[in-house]
Design a protein around this ligand. Structure first.
Ligand code: AMP
Length: 444
């Protein structure tokens, strides 16, 4: 099958072929006709499958065929969980829509709202946004969502993990009843199914990777090692295998900083990205990594979410994630668009339970290999895992919008009681209660 078989317009095909893509990926081949038909869609696909073009291409086509809504209200809204993903989707919309007379803008927090307000006032066809900042604009009357014809919820599972469910519901209320809805999620949980049934109307279902299964092109290995020797082992791996580009995950922001510092001191050019870094610093770090100026990018889950780095060959879990689904997301950074990739996890005695959770989710054991010289010391006993804020299992993280997560009634978010007695709407807005926001910052 080629892109020409999918019923896309000449302007879109031209932009696609300029990217050097000749064949649609499986998610594109399945999703594009469904979206063009006007149906709602539930797609099980993780980053790396080509899902962004899967919704962007038919969305652009539909918008360019239909007439503009009066007053140039936005006609399509794409919600993403993180700023990085919003920026990347916006970039795709610009790239694929370069020969179409459609205007788009990206809206996320962590930057001044002024320029965003001006863009919105000038009128745009497509908004790509993270929920928190968009809701601020909606509530301040800067944007009217009543003309949205296509609503896309990207990485819905991560949206829920980040406690955005409340914001999504509020945004949903501002949308017209008659619209097309597309929802993408890498993993399925009961909450995702619930959200899908409340959002989607008789959706077509498309799935490219098996449920909760890591990309099959990724080879996965566990290297057991003592906690205090992990940094040394990592720099040994990078050096001895001559890896030129490796993405490394840590659980905490401080851990990411510390590790990047260690690697730099060992002569391996490294940078860290996490929720405490400004958007500009994160963008700079990503750019340097993509350009090959930085060899190692150390990231927390949130900061790395949705990063689009072509042909990333190596991902290392310096620490296993607290949440097994995050493992699937993390290793989704490698083995992209059919390329082979390798995911290595450095696992110490404290993390055995986390490893069991991951293996249960994957429904298989991961191969373990003890490296000579890095054998574990059997006298070391497991200790409770410390996460940034000293909590045992934080489900809320940084990188998005602290108070949004605080306001979540999401039962998957760390404090199981939150959804039961807390008045979600009473949660403070960012900047309106600094102390609360700061408290939230301690989560990884
Ligand atoms: P995504 O899953 O949307 O993040 O896309 C993953 C990567 O696949 C991106 O870097 C795209 O540039 C690339 N990609 C998207 N569509 C295709 C295609 N049809 N052929 C080859 N690469 C693609």
């Amino acid at each position: 099958m080629t892109f020409n078989d999918l019923g896309l317009s000449a302007e879109i095909l031209r932009a696609v072929s300029e990217q050097g893509y000749s064949e649609p990926t499986p998610i594109q081949a399945q999703a594009i006709p469904v979206v063009l038909e006007g149906r709602d869609l539930l797609a099980g696909a993780q980053t790396g499958t080509g899902k962004t073009a899967g919704f962007t291409l038919p969305m652009l086509q539909k918008l360019s065929q239909a007439k503009n809504a009066p007053g140039r209200k936005p006609r399509a809204l794409v919600l993403t969980p993180t700023r990085e993903l919003a920026a990347q989707v916006a970039e795709s919309v610009r790239t694929y829509g370069k020969y179409l007379p459609l205007k788009s803008t990206v809206i996320f927090g962590g930057v001044k709202p002024g320029p965003q307000i001006r863009q919105l006032q000038n009128g745009v066809d497509i908004i790509i946004a993270t929920p928190g900042r968009l809701l601020d604009h909606v509530q301040q009357g800067n944007v009217d969502l009543s003309g949205v014809e296509i609503f896309v919820l990207d990485e819905a599972d991560r949206m829920l993990d980040m406690g955005f469910i409340h914001d999504i519901k509020k945004i949903q209320q501002r949308l017209p009843k008659q619209r097309q809805n597309l929802m993408f999620s890498a993993t399925y949980s009961d909450e995702i199914r619930q959200l899908a049934s409340s959002l989607l109307n008789n959706p077509a279902s498309v799935e490219v990777a098996r449920k909760n299964t890591a990309a099959e092109t990724v080879s996965q290995r566990i290297l057991p090692v003592d906690k205090k020797r992990k940094s040394e082992l990592l720099s040994h791996l990078i050096g001895s295998q001559n890896w030129q580009q490796v993405l490394v995950f840590t659980r905490t922001k401080h851990g990411a900083n510390r590790l990047a510092e260690y690697l730099n001191k060992s002569g391996l050019k490294a940078d860290a990205i996490h929720g405490n870094k400004s958007q500009a610093a994160r963008t700079r770090a990503l750019k340097a990594f993509k350009a090959g100026q930085t060899r190692v990018l150390v990231a927390t889950d949130i900061a790395a979410r949705g990063l689009d780095i072509d042909q990333l060959p190596h991902v290392v879990n310096f620490e296993l994630p607290n949440v097994a689904e995050d493992y699937v997301h993390r290793i989704g950074r490698t083995g992209r668009a059919g390329n082979e990739g390798e995911a290595i996890s450095l696992v110490c005695v404290d993390e055995h339970k986390l490893l069991r959770d991951i293996e249960r989710l994957l429904k298989r054991d991961l191969p373990q290999e003890v490296l000579e010289g890095y054998e574990v010391d059997p006298t070391i006993k497991a200790e409770p895992i410390k996460n940034g804020g000293g909590r045992k299992q934080p489900r809320r993280r940084t990188g998005g919008r602290p108070s949004a997560r605080k306001s979540s009634g999401n039962s998957r978010s760390g404090n199981g009681r939150r959804g039961q007695g807390t008045k979600a709407t009473a949660a403070p807005r960012p900047g309106r209660n600094r102390r609360n926001a700061m408290r939230q910052k301690t989560a990884a």
